[in-house]
Design a protein. Structure first.
Lengths: 903, 82
């Protein structure tokens, strides 16, 4: 199939290309000119010129792009591709949460990584309709790293604040007048296309088109092989019709009927391939026509190297679409329907819904949008989804859409509106046939959990939503896939809600199941979300009984979730915040304050866009713990106070509320304001007041009031295990407060016993924070070393309390130690004490000879010569904790969320 | 901003043929010399929609005027000064 006997060629517009080359030496070049002015052709000619030394990151903005995230993912992908770092990380992936500032940071760091510089080219910027995008783009353009340039094309000037660049002479502009063909170039275009036209004819054509590139190219298409070019130009010049309309009609008329038909019928697609074109024309062979049209330079261009997908030049497509509407109006709905069917089959849901809407099939469009709303959100197309929602005619009532509206409301924190829409959706679900009903109910229940979680009102909802955990069954494979997305979201919401209300075994089971399902169906975002919440679920609750390494397990889970998030570039997104926060919290509990602070800072960055009171409450609580651990009680008070304020915004009783309140009151008392604390204490209801955390606070108040006997009374039920506690840390704290009270009462023996009990309970995790918060240094120092079985822990805690924290330091550069045997580890733990070798042998009930053998072996494996350096080295390697093993040092760096995981 | 539709007159270079005119169903076309004048009642959203079409179709926009309610003569002063 040939389209035209000879193809008009792009001519070498050397002067213009040179002008762009000069302009591109500026930091930013803006090419701003109307449709058809030849902006993209200029870019192509410039990019493809011989000896083009720069690496280019090319971004073509999709037509009518409403999704800032889709745009930035395209930019990031192009930058990574251009700087050849793509192999080092997963391709950038979409996520329901989108943190635009963090994304711009990632693009900037990608640009900075490109050795030798890169030029970022963004074509058709006017198609970007996201309201927040101009501000982010401005930030990118005004912060480009050295050796990086940007070129933008747009039909109209954009709201970019580039005046500083302009003042600095770093902004170049190319406008319509610069792009116009000169008369000489018009002549060259005609010659290059093999069109024989007199000089006066060429001048007339130039005058009539005013050098407008699209007009000249359209004219050339009609003139190629025209029997009488002079007459064509004369008639064209005599016509009053607009240039484009006249020329497109002429050009179409000169195409064979099947080509005309293909162009018209496929004009309603943004992108077309041979299969789709065959479907819309009802004839085979479309791909050959499309290829021939591109070869003929007829406003058709291929979008991929394999040349299977094409798009029409926008101006050309718009005119064809009008022509289609004028000549074949009755066929248009059927064409959209066919296209929608193809896109549904091929998983391009947003496109399918758009065509269903265009066909006027509103109920079907509403059904599709509701069914795929979870998938679209997970694909990072939440804004596209809201744009599709707005396209429904006002006043038409589609109850299916209530679910979609509720999702949008939830994402933007409009909780009351979300609740209202959910109520509509729930009523509607009751009226649908069983197959759909089940799926709608799962969607509604899952969203209700999510809403309840944000409001802090969990218990009742969880009971209602237990049925979420059972699989959605559907008749077809497609239904099962839809159901899997939905079910994975539901499991995450259910498990998260359970974690927040301390339903730990269920939370663990559901989150784990959700993570496995998410991996099976290729939804890494959900997998990360489930794993992050799984880390959080175990911070206090997992330690309800001091199991071996409870916190170590928690930290391991968090690090795994963070590493997975980083692989997808979500290391600073809200989805991973629970794991970041939990890691920070456990670090603080273990007395690793500096490390904890770094993770806390990173958590704050990840939560920039999330103002939910639930997660912010934890942020303040963890910051308060950090300050309290460092003895900065006024700062701690401020943070605990902020956490308490947020807790009061949440409905229902918060599982963690007694902890926040308890620490708040205790800190007030420690700051010499026991009266204030006691007044607040009196205002608590009985249930709260009887919790272990509040009893501890009461003890602190009594101690501050000089009433140690009262303190012991308050602690009684915590110490004998009858008061409910959030975790054993509360009990450690109670023992220490009891020890302080006994000291006040002059009973040193009881004080020592209390301290020893606290140490025994703290040993398995090596928890340090309660010792720091309660100010127990004096209590520990008074404990004779030969009376404690926890001398190593005691020494470590005192180190932290006195401001040096060997555990938090980076490991020394010495080579890794060979692993110690369990027997050697037992001996090792006595080395920080002042017990002699015979005394250690006595403690361990082994022979002196065994202890000596172990000691020699320990020195050899740790590569040291004496006892004190063995202790130092063992602390560096964190070998002194019972049951603790050394961390593999492949954990993520808290300060660098944007970078891909390092090897 | 005035929410009520107002009469507008939009002048475009060249004679718009039936294909391009179909992009402006709400407006009445008239040929004035070498130009096409489109008139009709538009609210702000419709006006911006018309401007976007003009941009998309690569038309040469010459002039826009908001007409006084009697429908013909422009408001006193330069209607483009805001």
């Amino acid at each position: 199939m040939t389209v035209a006997p000879a193809a008009p060629r792009l001519i070498d517009r050397g002067d213009l290309v040179a002008a762009l080359d000069r302009a591109a030496a500026s930091k930013v070049t803006v090419i701003s000119a109307p449709a058809g002015s030849g902006k993209t052709s200029l870019l192509r000619a410039w990019a493809g010129r011989p000896g083009q030394p720069r690496r280019l990151a090319l971004v073509q903005v999709q037509r009518g792009q409403h999704d800032a995230q889709q745009f930035w993912l395209a930019v990031l992908g192009a930058v990574r591709h251009a700087s050849a770092t793509a192999g080092r990380a997963e391709p950038p992936a979409a996520a329901p949460d989108f943190n635009a500032p963090a994304m711009v940071d990632r693009v900037l760091s990608g640009l900075a990584d490109a050795h030798g510089g890169v030029t970022l080219v963004i074509d058709d910027l006017h198609e970007l309709h996201s309201p927040e995008a101009p501000a982010q783009l401005t930030r990118l353009l005004t912060n480009l790293p050295p050796n990086v340039h940007a070129i933008l094309t747009t039909r109209h000037d954009m709201r970019l604040r580039l005046h500083q660049l302009r003042l600095a002479g770093e902004l170049a502009e190319i406008r319509a007048a610069d792009l116009r063909f000169t008369e000489r170039e018009t002549r060259e275009l005609l010659d290059a296309s093999g069109i024989a036209l007199s000089d006066s004819g060429a001048a007339l054509l130039h005058q009539r088109t005013e050098g407008w590139a699209a007009g000249l190219r359209l004219a050339a298409l009609s003139l190629v092989g025209h029997p009488d070019p002079e007459r064509f130009v004369a008639e064209f010049s005599g016509s009053d019709r607009t240039v484009a309309e006249y020329l497109i009609a002429e050009m179409l008329e000169r195409q064979p009927p099947d080509v005309q038909d293909l162009l018209l019928r496929t004009s309603l697609l943004d992108q077309v391939n041979g299969e789709l074109a065959d479907l819309l024309t009802g004839r085979p062979g479309s791909e050959q026509i499309l290829l021939a049209l591109e070869d003929a330079n007829a406003f058709v261009e291929s979008l991929n190297p394999e040349r299977t997908w094409f798009r029409y030049h926008h101006l050309f497509a718009d005119l064809l679409r009008l022509e289609l509407r004028r000549t074949l109006p009755a066929e248009i709905p059927a064409l959209h329907r066919r296209a929608a069917g193809w896109f549904t089959q091929h998983g391009q849901v947003a496109e399918a819904i758009r065509h269903t809407q265009a066909a006027g099939d509103w109920p079907e469009a509403a059904r599709l949008l509701a069914d795929y709303s979870f998938s679209l959100t997970l694909d990072g197309q939440a804004q596209t989804m809201q744009a599709l929602l707005r396209a429904f005619p006002a006043g038409a009532d589609h109850p299916e859409l209530a679910v979609v509206r509720a999702m949008g409301d939830l994402a933007q924190g409009r909780l009351d509106e979300a609740a209202a829409h959910l109520a509509v959706a729930e009523t509607y679900a009751g009226t649908t046939p069983p197959g759909r009903q089940r799926r709608l109910q799962v969607a509604v229940a899952s969203l209700k959990l999510s809403l309840a979680r944000r409001r802090g009102h969990l218990a009742g909802v969880i009971e209602q939503a237990r049925f979420l955990a059972s699989p959605v069954t559907g008749p077809s494979e497609e239904d099962i896939a839809l159901g899997s997305d939905l079910r994975a979201v539901a499991l995450m919401n259910l498990g998260t809600a359970e974690a927040w209300s301390l339903g730990l075994p269920d939370a663990e089971r559901h989150l784990r199941e959700g993570a496995v399902l998410a991996r099976e169906i290729g939804r890494p975002y959900l997998e990360v979300g489930c794993l992050a919440q799984l880390g959080f679920a175990s911070i206090f609750h997992g330690a309800a009984m001091p199991k071996i390494q409870a916190f170590a397990t928690t930290q391991q889970r968090c690090r795994e979730a963070i590493a997975l998030a980083e692989r997808y570039g979500w290391g600073a997104e809200p989805v991973i915040a629970p794991a970041l926060m939990t890691l920070a919290g456990t670090m603080v509990l273990l007395g690793e304050f500096d490390e904890g602070e770094r993770w806390l800072r990173r958590t704050e960055r990840a939560l920039q866009t999330d103002t939910g009171p639930d997660i912010r409450l934890l942020l303040h609580q963890t910051a308060g713990m950090l300050h309290a651990g460092r003895g900065r009680h006024p700062e701690a008070l401020e943070e605990f106070g902020a956490a308490e304020d947020l807790a009061s915004q949440l409905e229902g009783s918060q599982a963690l509320a007694s902890q926040v309140t308890g620490w708040l009151l205790a800190t007030q008392a420690r700051l010499g304001r026991p009266g204030e604390a006691r007044a607040a204490l009196a205002a608590l209801d009985d249930e709260r007041a009887s919790s272990g955390e509040i009893r501890n606070a009461r003890a602190v108040i009594c101690l501050a009031e000089g009433d140690p006997a009262g303190a012991l009374g308050a602690l009684h039920d915590v110490l004998d295990g009858t008061a409910p506690v959030l975790g054993y840390v509360t009990v450690v704290e109670a023992h220490l407060l009891a020890g302080l009270a006994h000291r006040e009462l002059g009973d040193q023996r009881a004080a020592n016993q209390a301290a020893e009990r606290a140490l025994a309970l703290a040993e398995s995790d090596r928890v340090v924070l309660p010792f720091a918060m309660t100010g127990s240094a004096g209590l520990l120092e008074a404990l004779p070393r030969h009376q404690t079985a926890h001398a190593a822990l005691l020494a470590d805690i005192l180190d932290v309390l006195h401001g040096s924290s060997p555990a938090a330091k980076e490991p020394s550069s010495s080579p890794p130690a060979e692993e110690l045997s369990p027997g050697e580890l037992k001996v090792l733990r006595y080395l920080p004490t002042n017990l002699s070798r015979p005394e250690i042998a006595g403690e361990l009930s082994v022979s002196l000879n065994t202890v000596s053998t172990h000691l020699r072996s320990i020195y050899a494996k740790l590569q040291v010569r004496d006892r004190s350096s063995a202790v130092r080295r063992a602390r560096e390697l964190r070998l002194l904790a019972a049951g603790r093993t050394r961390w593999p040092r492949r954990s993520p760096d808290p300060g660098d969320p944007g970078s891909p995981a390092r090897p | 901003m005035d929410p009520a539709p107002a009469p507008y007159m939009i002048r475009i270079s060249g004679h718009l043929g039936p294909t391009v005119l179909s992009a402006f169903p709400a407006l009445a076309p008239q040929h004035h010399g070498a130009h096409t004048v489109l008139t009709g009642l538009l609210d702000q959203a419709a006006l911006y929609g018309v401007l976007a079409e003009i941009e998309a179709l690569g038309l040469d926009l010459l002039d826009i005027q908001k007409l006084t309610p009697d429908g013909k003569s422009p408001e006193p002063g330069d209607s483009r000064s805001q």
